[in-house]
Design a protein around this ligand. Structure first.
Ligand SMILES: Cc1cc2nc3c(=O)[nH]c(=O)nc-3n(C[C@H](O)[C@H](O)[C@H](O)COP(=O)(O)OP(=O)(O)OC[C@H]3O[C@@H](n4cnc5c(N)ncnc54)[C@H](O)[C@@H]3O)c2cc1C
Ligand code: SF4
Length: 576
C-alpha cells in the first residue's frame, strides 16, 4: 500500500498531489505594507469577497455602526469596504440555491419574505433513484432532502441585492478588484494588497496598466468562498489547517426557461454516476423550480473520482438525456450555465482556529457547508453576522483580538449542524450502496451512530487512471447537449485572450494526471497537444487557455492552484 492508503498505482506516478503547483503561498502571497502613506487605501474593515458571507458581514457592520457614531467616525471615510473580483457582487456566485431563511430573517427582521430576492418558497419535494431509463421515487424520503419552508433563489441575483443593501448601509464595494496578497506585520493581519491590472500574457505592462494598492484595515474578513486564495495562504502561514484535509465537490449548473412550471424540488441519485466503489463517483443532482417559467438544475460530484476521463460537465449533459429529465426540459431553452466547487469536508476539515489577530474567516472559506443537506448560504450569512458583531466589540476596545467570533460560531447552529453531519460524506466515497446505507443511519441518528471520526481524504492524494467514463458522453446537439466552450460563452465570460495566466500547475506531467485535468475542467482550459495525445508518451505537456476559466476552483483541489486573475475577469453570472 502507498502512504495514502491506496494500492500501488500502475506507474507509480498518477497521484496529482505528487505534482504540486510551482508556488509557495506563505512566501508568495504574504507581504508587509509597502505603499507610501499617501498612496494607501485606508479602511475600517476590509471584507474580501462579496458573497453571502461578506455581504451579510458588511450589512451587519452598517447596522451596528449606526448605533456607534463615535466608532464610525474613528474608522474614517471608508468604514467598511468589500473587495470583490467579479464585475459586480453576484457575478461570480453560483449555487443551487435552495436557501434556509434563518439568516435573512436575522439580518432583515423588518422585511417580509415577499420583499426578498427569491423565486419561491419550497412546498413540495421528492427524491428519485435513476437508472439509465427509469426514475424510482425514494419513499419515505431521506430526511436530509427535506426542504419545506426553504426558498429557492438565484444566488447571482441575491448577491446583487445584498450588495445594494450593503451600500445603503454605508459600505463601499470595490468590485473588479482581486485581493492578491495578505498584509501582515508582526503576525497581525493589516489588510490586503489588490492585484495589478493591465498586464499582457507575458506579464508586461499594457498602456492601461494600474498597479495594485495596499488596502490597510483595522480588521480583515476573509469571505472568499470555496478554495479562497488568501484563505489557503493564511491557513499555511498561520498554521491553521484542521485535523483533516479539506475536500471538494464540483457542481455544474444550468438554468432553463421551460413552458411548464415545475411543482416541486427534486433531487436524484444514481445514473449517470457509476456505483462501483472503485470509481468513487459520489454525488447527485438537484432540479429546483424558479417561478413559473424557469428551472435551475445541476450535477454535483466529489473531486476524488478515480477515472481520469470522468467529466462533471459531460456527465451532466448526459444526465439531461434521461427521459425523466428531458420531460422537464422539453420545449425549453438553456439561459445560463456555470460551475463551482463546494467544500465538503465539513466539521473535521474546518480550520483549527477561525481567527488570528486582525483577521477572521467566514462561510465557505472556513468550510461551513453541510454537504448531506447541500446547504451553505445561511451558514455563510450567519458567520458574516457573527464576524461583524465580534469586530465591532474588538474595535471599540482598540483590540485586534477577534477570538469572540470563534466563540459565537461554536455556540451556533453552524457548529451544531456540522458536528451532526461530520461523518456523512466520507462513506459515500466507498460506493453508493454502502455509503447510502451508512449515511441514512447517520442522518436518522443525528450523527450518533456509528460515531467516531471518519477521516477525510485529500482529493489530490487519490490516484487517477484512464478508464471508460467518457465513452458514454453524448455528442453536443446544441439543444439539450452543449460542449464546454459553448457553455463558457453562456457563463458571460469575456476575459481577454492575452490576460496573464493565473492557473499555476506543473506543465509536464504523467498522461493520467494531464487527462484528469482536461476532463475535470468544465471550461476547457487544459489541453494535451494532439500529437502527444496520439503517441504513447507517458509524460505529456499541458497547455493552458486561462481566458476560458470560470474560476470554479477545481484545479486547486486536484493538485494545481487557481490564483485570482485580474479583477473583473471570469464569468458574469446573472441567473445561477
Ligand atoms: C452547485 C452548488 C450548489 C449549491 N447548492 C446550495 C443550496 O441549494 N443551498 C445552499 O444553502 N447552499 C448551496 N451551495 C453552497 C453555497 O452556494 C455556498 O455555501 C455559499 O455560496 C457560500 O457563500 P460565501 O459567501 O462563503 O462564498 P461565495 O458565495 O463563494 O462568495 C465568495 C465571493 O468572494 C469573491 N472572492 C473570492 N476570492 C476573492 C479574492 N481573492 N478577491 C476578491 N474577491 C474574491 C468571489 O468572487 C465571490 O463573489 C451550493 C454550492 C454549489 C457550488
Ligand atoms: S481552470 Fe481550474 S478553476 Fe478554472 S474553470 Fe478550469 S478547473 Fe475551474
Amino acid at each position: 500500500m502507498t502512504e495514502n492508503g491506496h494500492g500501488p498505482s500502475s506507474n507509480g506516478h498518477n497521484v496529482p498531489a505528487e505534482f504540486p503547483p510551482p508556488v509557495n503561498p506563505a512566501e508568495d502571497y504574504v507581504t508587509g505594507i509597502t505603499d507610501p502613506e499617501e498612496e494607501r487605501i485606508e479602511v475600517g474593515v476590509a471584507i474580501v469577497g462579496g458573497g453571502p458571507a461578506g455581504l451579510a458581514c458588511a450589512i451587519r457592520l452598517g447596522q451596528l455602526l449606526e448605533d456607534e457614531p463615535e466608532l464610525a467616525e474613528k474608522l474614517g471615510e471608508v468604514p467598511v469596504a468589500v473587495i470583490e473580483k467579479g464585475k459586480t457582487p453576484g457575478a461570480h456566485l453560483l449555487s443551487g440555491a435552495n436557501m434556509v431563511p434563518s439568516a435573512m430573517e436575522e439580518l432583515f427582521p423588518d422585511l417580509d419574505p415577499s420583499e426578498w430576492p427569491v423565486e419561491q418558497e419550497v412546498t413540495k419535494d421528492a427524491v428519485y433513484f435513476l437508472t439509465s431509463k427509469f426514475a424510482v421515487p425514494l419513499k419515505p424520503m431521506p430526511p436530509n432532502f427535506r426542504n419545506h419552508g426553504n426558498y429557492v433563489t438565484s444566488i447571482a441575483k441575491l448577491g446583487r441585492w445584498l450588495g445594494e443593501k450593503a451600500e445603503e448601509g454605508g459600505a463601499y464595494i470595490l468590485s473588479e478588484t482581486a485581493a492578491d496578497k495578505l498584509l501582515v506585520e508582526d503576525r497581525i493581519v493589516r489588510g490586503v494588497r489588490s492585484g495589478d491590472k493591465g498586464r499582457d500574457r507575458e506579464g508586461k505592462e499594457l498602456p492601461n496598466f494600474e498597479p495594485g494598492s495596499d488596502v490597510v484595515a483595522k480588521a480583515t474578513v476573509l469571505a472568499e468562498g470555496t478554495l479562497g486564495h488568501l484563505t489557503s495562504t493564511a491557513l499555511d502561514y498561520f498554521d491553521l489547517h484542521g485535523s483533516d484535509p479539506q475536500r471538494w465537490e464540483l457542481g455544474v449548473k444550468e438554468v432553463w426557461e421551460v413552458p411548464e412550471p415545475l411543482d416541486r424540488v427534486i433531487h436524484t441519485l444514481g445514473w449517470p454516476l457509476r456505483w462501483r466503489p472503485k470509481w468513487k463517483e459520489a454525488g447527485g443532482s438537484f432540479i429546483y423550480p424558479m417561478g413559473e417559467n424557469k428551472v435551475g438544475l445541476g450535477l454535483v460530484v466529489g473531486l476524488d473520482t478515480t477515472d481520469a476521463t470522468f467529466s462533471v460537465h459531460d456527465a451532466f449533459q448526459e444526465f439531461k438525456t434521461h427521459p425523466f429529465i428531458k420531460k422537464i426540459l422539453e420545449g425549453g431553452k438553456r439561459v445560463a450555465w456555470g460551475a463551482k466547487t463546494i467544500p465538503s469536508g465539513g466539521y473535521w476539515s474546518m480550520p483549527k482556529r477561525l481567527s488570528v489577530p486582525g483577521m477572521v474567516m467566514c462561510g465557505d472559506s472556513a468550510g461551513m457547508v453541510n454537504i448531506p443537506r447541500l446547504k451553505g448560504i445561511h451558514y455563510a450569512m450567519h458567520s458574516g453576522i457573527y464576524a461583524a458583531e465580534a469586530i465591532i466589540d474588538a474595535l471599540k476596545q482598540d483590540s485586534v483580538n477577534l477570538e469572540a467570533y470563534e466563540r459565537k460560531v461554536k455556540d451556533s447552529l453552524i457548529e451544531k449542524d456540522l458536528y451532526q453531519s461530520r461523518n456523512m460524506r466520507q462513506p459515500l466515497s466507498k460506493g453508493l450502496i454502502f455509503g447510502g446505507a451508512m449515511g441514512s443511519m447517520m442522518v436518522a441518528t443525528k450523527g450518533a451512530f456509528p460515531g467516531g471520526h471518519w477521516k477525510n481524504e485529500d482529493d489530490a492524494e487519490v490516484p487517477v487512471e484512464i478508464d471508460g467514463a467518457a465513452k458514454s458522453y453524448p455528442k453536443p446537439d446544441n439543444k439539450y447537449i452543449y460542449d464546454k466552450l459553448n457553455s463558457v460563452f453562456a457563463s458571460g465570460n469575456a476575459t481577454r485572450d492575452d490576460a496573464p495566466n493565473h492557473i499555476k500547475i506543473q506543465q509536464k506531467v504523467p498522461r493520467e494526471i494531464a487527462q484528469s485535468w482536461v476532463s475535470m475542467c468544465p471550461a476547457q482550459v487544459y489541453e494535451i497537444p494532439e500529437d502527444q495525445l496520439e503517441s504513447d508518451a507517458q509524460t505529456v505537456d499541458v497547455q493552458v487557455v486561462p481566458s476560458n476559466c470560470v474560476q470554479c476552483g477545481a484545479i486547486t483541489a486536484k493538485g494545481g492552484r487557481l490564483t485570482p486573475p485580474e479583477g473583473g475577469d471570469g464569468p458574469l453570472y446573472q441567473e445561477t
